[in-house]
Each structure stands twice: as C-alpha cells, then as structure tokens.
Design a protein. Structure first.
Length: 486
C-alpha cells in the first residue's frame, strides 16, 4: 500500500505517509507545561507507528487560552525535550510541533482582529515565531509546522477578510507579507536546514472569505518560500462562530467549524477534491512540495485512493487516529477488521470547545488514553451465539435492538441500502440504535458486531431487513410494473 511507503520531507524521512494532524488535547496545564498525560498521548501515536506526529498547537506567546501547550519561553524546552525523547524511543515516527499565535478574545464576544495590530506587534510576532522554532529544534523535534490555518493570526492575515489598509493587507502580496517575514525569521533563528512545514486553509468556508482560488496562490508562495510540506485544512473561523453568552467564542461551532471537523452526516474524504486542485496547480508550476489533506479519511481504501489519484502525497487522519492510534499497525498487519473506527460523533471536538480533557467516546469510560493494542485478545460474543437483532419501524425511523454481548466495550452498527456497500453507520455503547436517515422505497439491511476495547470485533450478528413504504405515486408505479414482470 502506497500510504505505508516512506516520504522525504526535506531530509525528515517519515516512515509512512500517515500523519496525525495537530489536535489540541487540553491535557497541558494552565501554564502550558507538558504533563505526563500529554506525553502519554503522543507516545501512544508513536507506538502505533504513525509516520508523522504533529503535536497540538503550542503558543509562541503568553496570552490566556486555558490549558494549551507553550513554547514561548526557554523554560518550556526541557519538558518538550523529554516528550520528544520518549516519542523517539517508542518508534521511528517523526514528530513536529504546531506553532501558533492567536489574538485576544473575551467572553463578551469581542475579539482582536489583524487590523488592530500595530507594526510593533507584527515585528514581535515575527520574532516570536523564529524564537519558538529555534526552541523546537533545541528540544529535539524533527521539524516544525507553522499554524496558518483556521481562526488564528497568520490565517487571519491570509484571509480575504483581512481589513488592514497598509502593506499587510489588501492585495494578495500584502496579505502574504507577514508569512514571508515569519519564514525569514524562522530560517535565521532555527537554521535553513531545519524542515519547516505549514498548515493553511484550502477554503475558509465563510461569506466573502478565501476560496481555493486564493489558496492555490497562497500554497504556491509557500512552495516558493521553500517550506518542507503543505498541510491543507478548511474552515474553523470566528466569523461564523455562534457565540453563547458568557463564553469565549469557539471557532468550530459555525458552518466553517463544521467543515473543519465534519460530523457523521458528511461524506468520507470530502476535501480531497480541494487538495487535488491545489496539488495539481503546484505541480504544474514546477513545485513538488509534498501536500497533505484531512477530513474524514479513516478507511484504508480511502487513504489509498487519495494518494493514488493525486489528491495528496501523505494523508492526515486526525479523529481516526484518536479513536485508534494503532491504525497504521493494524493496516500493515492486515487486521483491518480490528480498527476501532471513528464514527465522527464529535464528542472530542465538544470537549476541546469546553476546554475539557479531550478523549474519544469509543474508549472505555474513564480512560485518558486509547486502550493498549492486544492482538491476542478474544473477541466478545453473544451467549449461545445469537445477538437476537431485531428491527422495527417507529414512524419514519428504524429502531434496532439486540442482546448484550459478553466483554463488549461497544457495538459497530453496519448498514447496506439496496445493493450499496456495507458501511459502518455508528458505534454505540448501548444495545439500541435508531436510524432516521432512511428513505421510503429503499431496502435496508443491518447487522451489528460486538467489539472489545482494543478492537477485536466478534462475528456479525443475524441480519435484519426493512423496507419502508415509498410515496403512494411510487407504489402505484410498482403496481403497474408488477404484471409486466410476472
Ligand atoms: C479535538 C480536536 C482538536 C483539534 N485541534 C487542532 C489544532 O490544534 N490545530 C489544527 O490545525 N487542527 C486541529 N484540529 C483539526 C484536525 O487537525 C483535523 O484537521 C480535523 O479534525 C479533520 O480531520 P479528521 O476528519 O481526520 O478528524 C482539531 C480537531 C479536533 C477533533
Ligand atoms: S470522540 Fe467520536 S469523533 Fe472523536 S475520535 Fe472518538 S469516535 Fe471519533
């Protein structure tokens, strides 16, 4: 499989093309120190053989932001260095920190925007990025990633919604200007041979925001600046965030946030078309800088397809790897069946928004890390072999129920509509599931599998089928057809 092949990112050779993109864990303490829990989280990805681990956004300055890692002072280097040492000790995964600057924001909903920054502020930010990347190098990271995506400072400069009237706004070159200065500062302070990648947006998904037409040019400039890789995300903006009274606005609860961390209702690999367009543009201009994308890629077939069709050079799998950090190992061993599949319920996203410790809903209750892999563990099963799965129609909703299986941590619910592929629709911890997305006139088949905490899936249950009535017009058509078919 192509995604299991190594890739050279300007001398940082990642052992496979699977990246866990930055995901804030809220496991740092309020001052931004590395904790045992945060270290365990990243060592876990290394043990699972993830090619490139991007450690969650860490700030280059001291502004308040709840529990968020910091790289804003020399005093944070030893803690970060110990974490990197543990990660390197666990496997040949490569590890980079995501380096972030964000602006001020308050519970009233007020927020600082780039047009409020003075020239002095900009100079400070530029130097702080350079200092932070130099500290990352000192801490032993294999490279660094500049965070120029979502709602944060660099992304806000790049945005069409940048309202500055001076040389840092207006034109495309103006919006790009600070990035050029940041990269120069990083090179000067951390060395030109230290691999530095960047995360930018393929589309902001906000009214009057930047689209893929802008992103192609932004990506091209990043390639011209010689960055080691370009990681593409989308959305995650304050402009359309819903503000709950008395709470700090969260840039992931509007539509753009929805696109950034798409829930169960969105299709798989939904942003691959955008990354394909940007990568093709870069290649046509003569740049081969590796490109990655993310967004509901966790099926190994999807991961392979987006590499094979030229959508990206390496694959970002965020929530899929949170749910199962052993994804790479399991795929490499051909144990696809044992992957704990993220169902995109977004419990993790909501924990992040509430500044609570981020865990996966599918892990056993109370656990702060994914359960250890246990390839020898036994799969749960139903007493006397029967799940007794049954289905009934409750109005327009199909309701499934089944018996409890011994040793089950959760149940995967599978569905096939008509002759369509079988898809895991959900993962639940109870023995009941409701499907309100069915359409009258189509046939649906379901089965469930009981799974252990480390992913052993038992044999499929009995299959049940339901065909809700279609509209009466359709029923008449069927009646008309019936004699002809007889
Ligand atoms: C809990 C959580 C925290 C995140 N934190 C960050 C972050 O610090 N920096 C970042 O660039 N993206 C962050 N993201 C976005 C992810 O990196 C990723 O782009 C997004 O989840 C879509 O990928 P997926 O569908 O594979 O999960 C976060 C996502 C989640 C769910
Ligand atoms: S909490 Fe839900 S969305 Fe987040 S990783 Fe777990 S299954 Fe996926």
């Amino acid at each position: 499989m192509k995604f299991l092949e190594p890739l050279d990112l300007q001398g940082m050779v990642i052992p496979n093309r699977v990246m866990v993109p930055a995901m804030v864990t809220r496991l740092a303490d309020e001052e931004g120190w590395v904790t045992q829990e945060i270290q365990d989280r990243y060592v876990r990805y290394a043990k699972g053989g993830v090619g490139l681990i991007v450690v969650e956004a860490m700030a280059i300055h001291h502004s308040n932001a709840g529990p968020l890692l910091r790289i804003s002072d020399q005093k944070f280097v030893p803690g970060l260095a110990e974490m990197v040492k543990q990660i390197h000790g666990a496997s040949d995964s490569k590890v980079v920190p995501q380096i972030i600057h964000f602006m001020k924001i308050s519970k009233s909903g007020w927020r600082q925007t780039v047009d409020m920054l003075s020239h002095e502020d900009i100079d400070t930010i530029v130097e702080q990025f350079g200092d932070a990347v130099a500290r990352a190098r000192e801490a032993g990271f294999d490279g660094a990633e500049l965070h120029a995506a979502h709602a944060y400072t660099l992304s806000s400069f790049l945005s069409r919604r940048n309202m500055r009237k001076d040389e840092y706004g207006g034109s495309m070159e103006g919006r790009l200007r600070i990035l050029g200065r940041v990269v120069e500062s990083v090179r000067r302070k951390a060395g030109a041979d230290f691999p530095v990648g960047i995360r930018i947006l393929a589309d902001e998904f906000i009214t009057d925001g930047s689209t893929v037409s802008d992103s192609k040019l932004i990506a091209l400039r990043m390639a011209q600046l010689g960055l080691a890789y370009i990681s593409l995300s989308v959305g995650g903006k304050f402009e359309d965030a819903e503000h709950a009274a008395g709470q700090v606005p969260h840039p992931y609860n509007g539509y753009s946030g929805d696109r950034c961390m798409p829930g169960a209702q969105y299709p798989a690999a939904l942003h691959a078309g955008l990354t394909r367009e940007i990568k093709a543009f870069l290649n046509a201009k003569g740049y081969q800088v590796p490109v990655a994308g993310a967004g509901k890629i966790s099926d190994p077939d999807d991961a392979e397809r987006v590499l094979a069709d030229g959508s990206m050079d390496f694959v970002g799998i965020a929530r899929g790897l949170l749910a199962d950090p052993d994804w790479v190992l399991k795929v490499a061993r051909g144990e696809i069946d044992r992957i704990v599949k993220c169902d995109y319920c977004n419990v993790c996203k909501h924990l992040d928004g509430a500044h609570k410790k981020v865990v996966c809903f599918l892990w056993p209750k109370g656990m702060m890390q994914a359960p250890d892999d246990n390839a020898q563990g036994s799969a749960p099963g139903w007493p006397n072999g029967s799940a007794n799965l049954r289905v009934g129609l409750n109005g327009d909703t199909a309701t499934l129920q089944w018996d409890k299986a011994e040793g089950a941590a959760r149940y995967d619910v599978y569905r096939a509509s008509d002759d369509g592929d079988v898809v895991i629709e959900d993962a639940v911890k109870v023995t009941r599931w409701m499907d309100n997305s069915i359409l009258g006139g189509l046939t649906y088949r379901y089965y469930v599998r009981a799974c252990s905490a480390s992913g052993q899936a038992g044999a499929p249950s009995n299959v049940v089928m339901i065909k809700p009535d279609g509209p009466s017009v359709e029923r008449d058509r069927e009646a008309d057809r019936a004699p002809a078919m007889a």
